[in-house]
Design a protein around this ligand. Structure first.
Ligand code: BJ8
Length: 427
């Protein structure tokens, strides 16, 4: 990996806690090396994502700061329901902010109960502890009314940084979709205020096309993972591509994902697989895996199985379903956006049975041998859905393992034992 550029001046200008942040910077390369660089036969296209991670708090933050110097605004988000298109239409930049490291959790626990999901605690900890440049750069945070933990966390964060909250209905009746279309229009007003750029039917339509292209490119990569004989990319690598998609420039993400898909398609034609023939194929479903949460993928793929699909927000939920590009007037585009986003099957919705159907369908499409349903500790919505999902999978003849974990390594050995036994049982 190329030697990282010294970014201390950038971080100092962002008002970061340099001393504490240096500790994080010193552990990340080791973690990345252990998980990523130890893999064999990786696609050459992964070099791009390796390069981004090697300087994860440098390259993209510097780009964002440079864009701000030109007058552009940066919006930080935490959920796949927030429509990037609206901010991008007004020349805004969107960056995902979900915290995926235990490093930030203790700081978050100064403000939040310990029995709250680590993603929420890490996200607040990263902001309040001044140890993540993306949180320092964001001109405004866009929250959403999904789970209770996030809603309450936003109240605390809003005292520290400008915040716009999108009201998300929790059912999917036609009137809820209409309501969300109005909410997207309101977000448009907010984006105009923050950016000083008028939202027009033309720039909104252009942004819809841009983000659809990103969805298509990521979907192409996933499509190659459906091949029953050749597994052209590890799940660990595919996860990295998805995690970085949340904060990369959308056009570059599309370009890089498309060229990776070209390489993976060629690998399939040439019979080049990352795993030996007969390796058990696993689908992961459940809570999202924000960067640098690579824990479960690493355990599964170093225990003799391959992950071929992630049914979560750092997986299929991020790119499945395109926004209808037909409408070109505001009302039609807001409705089209609402319809696409409301198809995401998050456990915050009631009922959420479509997720069960989706998981079973994906298990078939990706030829999986077993499903691992994973839950971040204290995420009650996903945990409550687990028994119904698991029963449906068992009824469909698909073996399933239920895992609850957090960001620490305390349970790594126990997980390795359970995952190993599950894979053996599949054999
Ligand atoms: S659409 S999954 S990104 S809400 S894991 S913070 S739900 S307690 S992240 Fe999510 Fe949007 Fe849904 Fe996706 Fe709460 Fe659960 Fe924590 Fe979660």
């Amino acid at each position: 990996m190329a030697e990282a550029i010294d970014r201390h001046e950038l971080w100092a200008n962002l008002g970061m806690d340099l001393e504490t942040h240096d500790v994080l910077c010193s552990v990340l390369p080791q973690a990345f090396g252990d998980v990523y660089l130890s893999q064999e036969n990786r696609p050459e296209g992964m070099a791009f994502w390796d390069m981004v991670v090697a300087d994860v708090h440098g390259i993209r933050p510097q780009e964002l700061v440079d864009a701000q110097a030109e007058g552009r605004k940066v919006f930080g988000t935490f959920c796949t329901y927030v429509p990037d298109e609206v901010a991008i239409a007004c020349n805004g930049i969107v960056t995902g902010l979900c915290g995926g490291s235990q490093f930030w959790v203790p700081e978050g626990e100064k403000y939040l109960p310990a029995d709250m999901c680590p993603l929420i605690k890490a996200s607040l900890g990263a902001r309040m502890g001044k140890t993540c440049p993306f949180f320092r750069i964001a001109d405004q945070i866009v929250g959403e009314t999904t789970c209770d933990g996030k809603k309450k966390m936003y109240e605390i964060m809003a005292k520290d940084v400008p915040m716009h909250i999108m009201e998300l209905p929790h059912q999917k009746r036609p009137k809820d979709v209409e309501y969300f279309a109005d909410e997207i229009a309101l977000f448009g007003k907010n984006v105009e205020e923050v950016t000083g750029v008028e939202l027009t039917e033309e720039n909104l339509h252009d942004a819809i096309v841009l983000i659809n292209e990103r969805r298509k490119a990521l979907a192409r990569v996933y499509e190659t993972r459906k091949n029953a004989d050749v597994i052209p990319i590890s799940g660990t690598d595919a996860l990295l591509m998805m995690q970085i998609a949340f904060f990369d420039d959308p056009a570059r993400c599309t370009q890089m994902a498309n060229s990776l898909a070209d390489e993976l398609e060629q690998r399939i034609a040439d019979g080049v697989s990352v795993f030996p023939a007969g390796t058990k194929r696993i689908l992961i479903t459940g809570t999202p895996m924000a960067i640098p949460n690579w824990k479960l993928h690493h355990i599964v793929e170093t225990s003799g199985a391959a992950i071929v699909c992630e049914e979560n927000c750092t997986g299929t939920k991020f790119f499945t379903n395109l926004v209808d590009e037909g409408p070109t007037d505001f009302a039609g585009m807001y409705q089209a956006l609402a319809e696409r986003y409301m198809k995401i099957n998050c456990a915050c919705f009631t009922p959420n049975e479509a997720r069960i159907d989706e998981v079973i369908q994906l298990a078939k499409d990706y030829h999986v041998d077993g499903v691992i349903n994973t839950n971040l500790k204290f995420c009650t919505t996903f945990k409550t859905e687990a028994p119904a999902l698991e029963k449906a999978l068992e009824d469909a003849g698909i073996p399933v393992l239920d895992i609850e974990t957090d960001y620490t390594d305390n349970d790594a050995e126990q997980l390795r034992t359970r995952v190993g036994a599950f894979i053996e049982m599949l054999g």
